[in-house]
Design a protein around this ligand. Structure first.
Ligand SMILES: Cc1cc2nc3c(=O)[nH]c(=O)nc-3n(C[C@H](O)[C@H](O)[C@H](O)COP(=O)(O)O)c2cc1C
Length: 244
């Protein structure tokens, strides 16, 4: 507690204090299209502070990555202005804002995924729910992700990260549950300890280092934040990358 109002370095940024807003899914996008709403800009602007940091709610990287109707996503151009308004609202008060990128994995329903079976590292019995226009419903049966499909999903993470930076976000955080962390399938394939967020981390960092796309990459040294936090299962939970 004594250190709460002391500075803290996060990647390239020095925060003025350590009160950080955790990512919280709020189901406040405009439908259809998961358009970030003015209410979301108000919400994040209200919680911004000089030198503070906010991690924006889990943002799905693609249509098959969606889980809950109304939750955030960032995979099409119609969402850009809404996300820019959110970044601007935080910056107007002197704060920093990261976007948490997420793949819902098996916790979804065909209504949310564009009609395709939800993806997971392995097929493992699951009694989770998804939120659709009919309310909370049992998750649809999922299918195992093929090893050859992983690069495509990593690329979706990279593109979403680039979109976030282009919209003015100061960094991204990769959510590490559901489809990603230390899956059985990945263990079988000999890639133990390299779940999707870790692979994506290297891919995103490499793309930024190459300066692949103008404006965003000019300020994208993509530093990993500290060690990986551990989830309750002992799996990597999140990874934060910053774009100075
Ligand atoms: C309504 C709600 C939505 C949440 N959504 C997310 C999310 O999108 N991504 C995530 O990583 N954690 C999410 N969480 C977890 C929080 O970020 C946080 O880890 C959790 O509330 C525990 O924090 P605490 O120990 O400070 O209470 C959510 C929590 C709540 C209450």
């Amino acid at each position: 507690m004594a250190h709460l109002f002391t500075t803290k370095k996060v990647g390239a940024y020095t925060l003025a204090h350590r009160v950080v807003l955790a990512p919280m899914t709020r189901l406040r996008t405009i439908q259809p299209g998961d358009i970030p709403s003015p209410m979301m800009a108000d919400f994040y602007g209200q919680r911004a502070s000089q030198g503070g940091l906010e991690i924006v709610e889990g943002v799905s990287i693609s249509i098959p990555a969606r889980s809950y109707l109304g939750a955030a996503s960032f995979y099409h151009d119609g969402q850009v202005e809404g996300w820019k308004a959110i970044a601007n609202a935080v910056h107007a008060k002197g704060g920093r804002v990261f976007m948490q990128l997420i793949h819902g994995g098996r916790q979804s329903h065909v209504e949310m995924t564009g009609g395709v079976a939800p993806l997971a590292p392995s097929v493992v019995p699951f009694d989770g729910v998804a939120l659709t226009k009919d309310g909370f419903v049992p998750a649809s049966p999922h299918r195992a992700l093929g090893i050859e499909e992983i690069p495509g999903i990593v690329e979706e993470f990279r593109v979403a990260a680039q979109r976030a930076l282009d919209a003015g976000f100061d960094g991204v955080e990769l959510h590490g549950a559901n489809v990603s962390a230390r899956s059985r399938r990945q263990r079988r394939a000999g890639t133990r300890r390299r779940g999707l967020p870790q692979i994506a981390r290297h891919r995103i960092a490499a793309a930024c280092a190459q300066g692949a796309s103008g404006k965003a990459c000019n300020r994208s040294a993509c530093n990993a934040r500290a060690p990986w936090p551990q989830s309750v299962e002992g799996s990597p939970a999140t990874l934060t990358l910053t774009a100075p």
